[in-house]
Design a protein around this ligand. Structure first.
Ligand code: AMP
Ligand code: ZN
Length: 138
C-alpha cells in the first residue's frame, strides 16, 4: 500500500524528487535532508509500513543486505571509516516520520560522537524479570 498523505511514500515512489543513491523494485535510498554527517542516507521501502513491527517480512529480509551494499559504497566513495545503522520505532524512540526507514550514517575518523548512551548496570534478578516479560510475548 502507498499512502498519499505520507511524504516518504511520495519520495520513495518518485512523486517528490530526492537525491537518490539507489533504487530497485522495493526500495529507494535517498540522502537525508538534515544529515548527521556527510552522506547520511535513508533506506525507504516503496510500500508504506509504519515501522519495523509492521514491515513485511520479505521486504525486511532485504534491508540489511541493501544497507551493507550502500555502506560499502560509502566507504569506497566517501572515504568514511565506518557507518552506523539507526532505525527508530515509535515517537519515544525518536521516530518522526511514520514510514519505516533505516538511517545509514557515515562516520569519519575524528568526527563528532553521535550515537552514544551512558551505560547503566544490569543485575541478575532484574535481567531474569526482563527475560520473562519479553519472552512471554514471543
Ligand atoms: P526519524 O527521526 O528516524 O523518523 O528520521 C526521519 C529523518 O527523515 C530525519 O533524519 C529527517 O532529516 C529526514 N527527513 C525528513 N523529511 C525529509 C525529506 N523530505 N527528505 C529527506 N529526508 C527527510
Ligand atoms: Zn509511507
Amino acid at each position: 500500500m502507498v499512502r498519499d498523505d505520507c511524504i516518504f511514500c511520495k519520495i520513495a515512489n518518485g512523486s517528490i524528487p530526492a537525491a537518490t543513491l539507489y533504487e530497485d523494485d522495493d526500495f529507494r535510498v535517498i540522502l537525508d535532508a538534515g544529515p548527521a554527517s556527510r552522506g547520511h542516507a535513508l533506506i525507504l521501502p516503496k510500500q508504506h509500513y509504519q515501522d519495523l513491527c509492521q514491515l513485511d517480512e520479505a521486504v525486511g529480509a532485504k534491508v540489511l543486505g541493501l544497507a551493507a551494499k550502500i555502506g560499502r559504497a560509502m566507504k569506497s566513495g566517501l572515504g568514511c571509516a565506518g557507518f552506523n545503522l539507526v532505525q527508530n520505532n515509535g515517537e519515544a524512540a525518536g521516530q518522526t516520520v511514520k514510514h519505516f526507514h533505516m538511517h545509514i550514517i557515515p562516520r569519519y575518523e575524528g568526527g563528532p560522537e553521535m550515537v552514544a548512551w551512558k551505560p547503566g548496570s544490569a543485575d541478575a534478578e532484574e535481567s531474569a524479570e526482563i527475560v520473562g516479560e519479553v519472552t512471554a510475548h514471543l
